[in-house]
Design a protein around this ligand. Structure first.
Ligand code: ADP
Ligand code: MG
Length: 323
């Protein structure tokens, strides 16, 4: 079996030596943290979208542009950071002016929406691939990390989860009915995920740990647990599923193991619940408690009777087993 994504990073790249006193956090979180000045830290991440892997060949250039930024903005949200600058590395099979016009217009529009500046990049010929590096800022020492979860914390997710995975499934099965509002909604959630920047910023004083759900809830919550050396119990009947999800599937697996929603999963002390519900109301984003942090390792998924249910799929992993 070849090494899968996380084993590969661990084996070949995680020993990168960093002796800079300005490096606060290196490999292993949603972004690296670097000291900026007495009041702020920089937060840096990079994410790539490849044709055929991250989006089907016939995806609209407007949607590709939006999503290439959204996935990076989402890593800033997961750190509680304010996004500031991006660089853009574009690999294009050909110089297609119509495609470029549509891509760049959507890219610039999204930058403007989030108050982010494009400050550089690279353009090359090759299979379609979009790589965005992002630099953000957070108050000194306040970045939200994967490593801060504590036994007794409640586990929350923002918004609804599983929609993007269901949208992708419908798309790949050529099952999209454009007259069906639920189908359109799921597809929209796949192509236009919302980055939870405002929520992330507000969580810096409230949450103990956070991650964005890019690969699937079980996989991404698993990263928090590994880095915080604890375990989780989650309640399957508490998972926040949208109306569209319910209309298309009765299987919770898409919400547990499907990626691409870019919602936040975070943990906070039980006493913060009231404050979090106020925040949910203020931002108009559901914040749902789906379980708690316990001692041990792994994730127990419990049904409404408290029975543990075995889930065989954790989430997406590059070079991992494909189903
Ligand atoms: P995310 O899903 O939040 O973008 P990833 O799961 O892609 O994060 O990556 C996990 C961690 O490994 C991150 O801290 C990322 O910066 C780091 N990482 C991934 N690939 C490499 C690499 N080739 N070299 C060094 N660090 C890497
Ligand atoms: Mg992330």
């Amino acid at each position: 079996m070849p090494l899968a994504e996380f084993g590969l990073i661990q084996r070949f790249f995680s020993s990168a030596n960093h002796n800079s006193t300005d490096l606060i956090l290196g490999i292993g979180d949603d972004a690296a943290v670097i000291r900026k000045d007495d009041k702020h830290d920089y937060v840096v991440a990079v994410d790539t979208l490849n044709v055929g892997i991250h989006f089907p060949q016939d995806t609209k250039p407007e949607d590709i542009a939006y999503k290439s930024l959204a996935v990076n903005l989402s890593d800033m949200a997961a750190m509680g950071a304010r996004p500031c600058f991006v660089t853009l590395a574009l690999s294009l099979p050909e110089s297609d002016e119509d495609w470029l016009q549509r891509f760049s217009q959507s890219f610039m529009h999204t930058l403007q929406q989030y108050g982010v500046a494009l400050i550089g990049g690279d353009t090359t010929q090759g299979p379609l691939s979009i790589s965005v590096q992002i630099i953000g800022e957070v108050a000194k020492g306040k970045a939200l990390l994967r490593s801060g979860a504590q036994v007794g914390d409640r586990i929350y997710v923002s918004g609804h989860i599983g929609d993007a995975a269901l949208g992708l499934q419908l798309l790949l099965q050529h099952n999209i009915n454009t007259n069906d509002d639920h189908h359109c909604y799921l597809l929209q959630r796949l192509n236009r995920p919302t980055s939870r920047i405002e929520l992330g910023k507000e969580l810096t004083g409230l949450a103990h740990a956070a991650i964005d759900i890019s690969d699937g809830l079980l996989a991404d919550l698993g990263h928090i647990l590994e880095q915080s050396s604890c375990a989780a119990r989650i309640y399957l009947d508490q998972l926040p599923l949208s109306k569209a999800y319910g209309a298309v599937s009765s299987d919770p697996v898409h919400a547990l193991s499907g990626g691409d929603d870019y919602e936040l999963c975070f943990t906070a002390a039980a006493e913060q619940d009231e404050q979090l519900q106020l925040l949910a109301h203020e931002l108009d984003i559901p914040l749902t408690c789906i379980g708690e942090i316990i001692e041990g390792t792994g994730i127990a998924c419990l049904d409404s009777e408290g029975k543990a249910i075995e889930i065989h799929r954790q989430g997406y992993q590059h070079f991992g087993a494909k189903e």
